[in-house]
Ligand binder design. Structure first.
Ligand SMILES: C[S@@+](CC[C@H](N)C(=O)[O-])C[C@H]1O[C@@H](n2cnc3c(N)ncnc32)[C@H](O)[C@@H]1O
Length: 376
């Protein structure tokens, strides 16, 4: 009997899908209508009360948070968002626990044969603080796994959560987990800007579990495609995921600031939602490394969240800040406060060759930024 590819094995049962659908709908309600009610409540009640007390409107998210403190609707929103995160992991746990043995069996079968791509792990790699300690999104075990667990579980959790997160934020229709929709979206944004561009060597930085990396190899089958990430559990998953789809992708465990590749190795260095999930202190080093790795004329291309404070209402700044403090998004603020154009120029890209703008996606937008390395 032919073996089913893992990207079709990962399917919730009817009851699991019903529970996961409920969580997505709940998250959608909290992000949408409930936040809209909170915005109105802020405009009509909380902001006027703050102005009466202080003689001015809240000037930043910290003063904004003071304006919301103790408010019942805000507390209801926060408690419900926190609980919905737990419900999300609980509902995914059912599917991932049930399917883990099948994923592990496939991993063993693939390991017994020859591989198309490679997996280079580095047990000595120092994971920068505070990234090492964070349970991002409050994912059980974070990105670096539960102690003693060498299974594909972290990658499966990440796979399951991706589409739920995006759908609940209004970025995507709820689709099938494991489709590299965001990778394809990034490529379409790349093509709109650089229609003639045909990269022969591509590096996905912060490739995670390799869900989106697949899109780059599928779009450019002749290209040499590599991915680097800090997370060993994610890379193990990424390797199995790519091999199972018959794709030659080369994964390496490395800090994106020091990948170990030679100068001018790549035509395209690409990332998806790396920068809001890495420590802002390491951001300049990642950009310098991308510049070093690009061939002259090569492109650094990144897609990430569009929540820069200057574009947000005070209520949105406060609710985003709440996510930073309470819901496993600790790096968002440093990222959102960074002037990406300046950071790219500081990393070596010339002023007239950098871009930082917004692309519509579903009910929302994505922030697209990067630069072209000078030709000489
Ligand atoms: C939100 S995940 C995105 C994964 C993947 N790009 C995707 O879209 O599914 C962010 C990834 O960045 C990785 N990361 C954070 N800082 C890094 C660094 N300094 N070097 C390499 N990877 C890093 C994390 O380990 C994590 O896998």
């Amino acid at each position: 009997m032919a073996t089913k590819p893992l990207n079709t094995v990962y399917r919730p049962t009817h009851d699991e899908a019903a529970r996961q659908g409920f969580v997505t709908a709940l998250k959608g309600f909290l992000n949408g209508p409930l936040e809209a009610s909170l915005a109105e409540h802020y405009e009509h009640e909380l902001e006027p009360a703050f102005v009466e007390k202080h003689g001015h409107k809240p000037r930043d998210r910290h003063e904004g948070t003071d304006a919301f403190a103790g408010d019942h609707l805000y507390q209801l929103w926060g408690s419900a968002v926190y609980a919905s995160q737990d419900l999300m992991w609980d509902s995914l746990n059912e599917t991932c626990s049930r399917l883990l043995p099948e994923f592990e069996a496939r991993r063993l079968a693939l390991a017994a044969g020859s591989t198309l791509g490679t997996l280079e792990l580095d047990d000595t790699l120092a994971i920068p603080d505070p990234i090492r300690e964070v349970e991002i999104h409050r994912q059980p075990g974070g990105y670096f796994g539960r102690p003693g667990d060498d299974t594909l579980r972290q990658g499966m959790d990440y796979l399951g959560t991706g589409e739920m997160y995006m759908a609940a934020k209004g970025f995507a229709e709820q689709g099938q987990a494991g489709k590299p929709g965001m990778g394809r979206f990034l490529l379409s944004a790349l093509r709109r800007r650089f229609p003639e561009f045909q990269p022969a060597a591509i590096l996905d930085v912060g490739c995670g579990a390799g869900i989106q990396t697949v899109a780059y190899k599928q779009a450019f089958p002749e290209a040499d495609v590599s991915g680097v990430d800090l997370s060993q559990p994610f890379l193990k998953f990424a390797h199995v995921w790519a091999e199972d789809q018959g794709l030659a992708i080369h994964y390496r465990q490395a800090d994106a600031r020091d990948t170990g590749f030679a100068d001018e190795s790549f035509d395209l260095v690409i990332s998806h939602i790396l920068f809001h999930e890495t420590w802002h202190d390491v951001l300049p080093g990642i950009m310098q490394e991308a510049h070093r790795l690009l061939k002259p004329g090569g492109i650094f291309f990144n897609g990430d969240t569009p929540f820069q404070p200057a574009r947000l209402s005070m209520q949105q700044q406060v609710t985003n800040h709440w996510q930073v403090v309470n819901n496993g998004e600790p790096f968002w603020t440093g990222y959102a406060d960074t002037d990406m154009r300046e950071a790219l120029i500081d990393a070596g890209f010339s002023q007239d060759q950098v871009f930082a703008d917004y692309e519509p996606l579903g009910a929302g937008e994505r922030f697209i930024f990067g630069g072209v390395k000078a030709s000489s």
